[in-house]
Design a protein around this ligand. Structure first.
Ligand code: ZN
Length: 191
């Protein structure tokens, strides 16, 4: 995390990693600290992700913060007009226009904190996250714990044979895996 915070300037922070790695918890922690400091905070997530709650971002451990659902990244600048700090969760579900939106927000001296999956279930870079990593001043990579062997986990294993990139689910169809235990397209265990 920043030891030298920019003055009179915006910047971009990215929190990324696999599912179950605590990305949203870390996002909520940073946003809460900003709220405690009485900074104006705007929080957004794509409307595709209404898993837990329409109006909140919620971590797996049930921390939550009020948020606004948006159809696309282009809606964020107007909604965040008066925000000093802008939080964006599940950013992998936005298209690449999110990168320009984040640059625009940072240019308006806002602190932009983006959380999202860096890789999809096939292990490929996910949506706008790779380009955001190139643009960000600060990057935090969160690791989960491999459900098979207990090593640090950087992959999201889908436990069904669906091949769509986006299938909304939780621990019912996904688990965190390390690079050794991750198998890409799932093959059901022989019983
Ligand atoms: Zn493992």
């Amino acid at each position: 995390m920043p030891t030298l915070s920019p003055k009179e300037s915006g910047w971009i922070e990215v929190i990324c990693g696999s599912m179950f790695s605590g990305k949203t918890e870390e996002l909520i922690r940073r946003l809460r600290r900003a709220q405690i400091a009485k900074q104006e905070v705007g929080i957004f997530k794509p409307s595709i992700d209404s898993r837990y709650s329409e109006n909140h971002i919620v971590s797996h451990n049930k921390m939550k913060l009020g948020s606004q659902l948006v159809e696309n990244a282009g809606q964020i600048p107007k909604l965040a007009e008066f925000s000093e700090v802008v939080g964006i969760d599940e950013a992998q579900f936005f298209d690449n226009s999110l990168v320009d939106v984040c640059k625009q927000l940072a240019a308006r001296k806002k602190r932009v904190i983006v959380a999202g999956l860096d890789k999809d279930f096939m292990g490929h870079p996910f949506g706008p996250i790779p380009a955001l990593l190139a643009e960000a001043e600060y990057i935090t990579k969160t690791l989960a714990i491999c459900m098979v062997c207990g090593n640090p986990a950087n992959y999201t294993q889908r436990l069904t044979q669906d091949t769509d990139q986006v299938i909304i689910g939780e621990s019912d169809i996904y688990e965190a895996r390390c690079r050794n235990c991750y198998e890409g397209l799932y093959t059901a265990p022989v019983s």
